[in-house]
Design a protein around this ligand. Structure first.
Ligand code: GAR
Length: 205
């Protein structure tokens, strides 16, 4: 089950990987916390069930997360994928899907948790920026990192031009990591990620 909030270009990359047979997954459903977003149209176009669970309809984060979990759990997914899902999840949500919940974040974690990552990389004169895929734990953008890809920050970059360069890498990296999980090569235990039984230790994380 894939959770989105917007354009869903990462969702599209996963759909494309599924349809080409390059990864052994079946997307059971797409859920958005915002109605009318492009990502939902992508799901519909590809015949994937989709739902809107609007956070604005709930009085608390806990109530929203409970509704979200109820919608997800109808599908009993092996993996829940956050693909541009822009809500902070409660610790209870993270715990419920522990080891079965991945997020993609547009920075080289642990740098730039939170928002405006591209602008922050530019403002700090970073020469390198990128994307991370990590298991989600109760700590915001803080769970064990599974994989990263970097891109150069070029003179004259804007947040938009840099975001576009990072997105190219996101669209390659996320389907690949999801494929590892589907092939049962990727696991989380003791707050660490393992690929083929080896602990993933990234130089950058
Ligand atoms: C992506 O860049 C993703 O890494 C980012 O939102 C964008 C969604 O694009 N996610 C976060 O910032 C999570 N904190 P998309 O809807 O086109 O996939």
């Amino acid at each position: 089950v894939i959770l989105i909030s917007g354009s869903g270009s990462n969702l599209q990359a996963i759909i494309d990987a599924q349809e080409s047979g390059s990864i052994p997954v079946r997307i059971r459903a797409v859920i958005s916390n915002r109605p009318g977003v492009t990502g939902l149209a992508r799901a519909e176009k590809h015949g994937i069930p989709f739902h809107v669970v609007e956070h604005t309809a709930y009085a608390s984060r806990e109530a929203f997360d409970a509704a979200l979990m109820a919608t997800i759990d109808r599908y009993q997914p092996a993996l829940v994928v956050l693909a541009g899902f822009m809500r902070i999840l409660t610790p209870g949500f993270a715990e419920h899907y522990r080891g079965h919940l991945l997020n993609i974040h547009p920075s080289l974690l642990p740098k730039y948790q939170g928002l405006h990552t591209h602008q922050r990389a530019i403002d700090n004169d970073d020469k390198e920026h990128g994307v991370s895929v990590h298991f989600v734990t109760a700590e915001l953008d803080g769970g064990p990192v599974v994989a990263q890809r970097s891109v150069p920050v070029l003179a004259g970059d804007t947040a938009e031009s840099l975001a576009a360069r990072v997105l190219v890498e996101e669209h390659k990296l996320y389907p690949e990591v999801i494929g590892w999980f589907a092939e049962k090569r990727l696991t989380m235990r003791d707050n660490a990620a393992f690929l083929d039984g080896n602990k993933i230790e990234l130089a950058k994380s």
